[in-house]
Design a protein around this ligand. Structure first.
Ligand SMILES: [Zn+2]
Length: 430
């Protein structure tokens, strides 16, 4: 009885998953399938699926395009490969800190979405409470993000999407510098409220050093505006876990490729006094993942896996879901999933020892027959231009090949690493 209930619960859960995947035919063939196609294990993706859903003892039949579990559950093989069935597949270990709300600003790839920002008359145009130059600067900072389809324009009359005004009459807490609303109905959140008599609490344990009506430095104003606009377009706090912020009704959707902590993220909360120091690489990844203009541009993700002892190997993909059980190491700029003008294929090779290698050279197996071609994982540049950056290639006998855009990367500073030459070029972060 208990088992029946448990399986029913899983069926409901999977039906829900199906609803999220519009291309999955939910019709399950209702026929006597016999046991001739009994699955006995060996497909690592299916074995992982059975483990994740607590179905290790279930009767599974292999029906070609899909597996059929206990005459109830359909597991499509393409979807198994792509990892969409994985529970919390968006969050593995220390990855995916940055989160967004479920609602976003309506927009689509290959189209810039103009967001009009208006400054209310309640923001003074002179004196220490004049935030106008910093608002203008913040919009420029956002507009400078590469491959970001949202564009911000300051308007003084007519329609607007985001109104920035003083919190007078609609006060936010005295120790909050600003507040913003989340996007809804496809529109950016509005308004942004600025606390013009913000109290700077230096030391929370010492109420005597609070500075009432703090004179906010220009770089602090600039950072706060970028941060609040981030909220208006659906970005939540990067350090939401430390701040104990739950999903609530607005949702908490992970941004693949970000890390649990990112001290440089402009979207960290509780940082009202922090001056602007630019977007972190993971802020950039978030903008270019959620609101990418060119849909084919993706981060070049690096993964690592252990082979026992101190032996490990690195692996690369533009597909976040490809290496489910490997540890994520970060991303190496951006490359393309289609052959953009001026780019060349980036080949991935498998070595007989289990090491992978990536190269723009299609001839590697002829140079070293221990390598076989796996596939083209995307497209990169073979020469420099004003928008791209070099990727340096390193090798260590125990760790295999490693690629980085950082010519001073600490990871390859230890004994045993050789290389350092330029392998190819990827789209730059900034
Ligand atoms: Zn915030």
């Amino acid at each position: 009885m208990k088992r029946t209930f448990y399986l029913m619960a899983i069926c409901v859960c999977l039906l829900f998953s199906c609803k999220m995947e519009s291309d999955l035919d939910p019709v399950i063939p209702d026929q006597d399938l016999g046991l001739s196609n009994l699955y006995l294990g060996g497909d690592k993706d299916m074995d992982r699926f059975l483990e994740l859903y607590g179905l290790k003892n279930a009767e599974v039949q292999d029906l070609g395009e899909f597996y059929f579990v206990d005459n109830c559950i359909l597991a499509n093989k393409d979807k198994l490969l792509s990892g969409v069935y994985d529970i919390n597949s968006d969050k593995k270990g220390n990855e995916n800190a940055q989160v967004r709300t479920t609602a976003l600003v309506s927009s689509s790839a290959w189209n810039y979405k103009l967001i009009k920002v208006k400054i209310d008359n309640s923001i003074p145009s002179s004196g220490v409470d004049n935030w106008r130059p910093e608002i203008e600067q913040a919009l420029e900072d956002l507009n400078d993000v590469k491959n970001f389809r949202l564009k911000f324009e300051l308007v003084s009359s007519g329609d607007y999407d985001i109104l920035i005004k003083s919190d007078v009459g609609d006060p936010i807490p005295y120790n909050a510098i600003a507040g913003a609303d989340w996007p809804s109905s496809g529109l950016p959140g509005s308004p942004i409220l600025i606390n013009l008599d913000y109290t700077n609490i230096n030391d929370p344990s010492n109420p005597y050093d609070d500075i009432y009506n703090w004179t906010v430095p220009s770089a602090v104003k600039r950072r706060n505006i970028v941060h609040e606009i981030g909220h208006c377009i659906g970005y939540r706090h990067t350090n939401y876990e430390d701040l104990n912020e739950g999903p609530g009704s607005i949702g908490q959707i992970y941004v693949p490729g970000t890390f649990t902590t990112d001290p440089n993220s402009v979207m960290n909360g509780g940082t009202a006094n922090t001056p602007w120091s630019g977007f972190s690489p993971f802020d950039i990844l978030t903008c270019r993942t959620i609101y990418n203009y060119d849909w084919g541009e993706v981060p070049l993700f690096t993964y690592r896996t252990s082979h026992g002892g101190n032996l490990m190997s690195h692996h690369w993909s533009g597909d976040w879901y490809e290496y489910q059980n490997y540890s994520y190491q970060g991303f190496t700029g951006f490359f393309y999933q289609y052959q953009k003008s001026g780019t060349v294929p980036l080949y991935r090779y498998n070595h007989t020892t289990g090491l992978d290698y990536i190269s723009i050279d299609s001839n590697i197996p002829n140079i070293d027959s221990a390598f076989t071609l796996d596939k083209i994982i995307g497209y990169v540049y073979n020469s420099s231009n004003s928008e791209n950056i070099p990727v340096y290639e390193w090798y260590h006998p125990n760790e295999g090949h490693y690629f980085t855009t950082n010519s001073n990367e600490g990871y390859v500073s230890g004994a045993g690493w050789v290389g350092g030459g330029v392998a190819f070029y990827v789209e730059s972060f900034y």
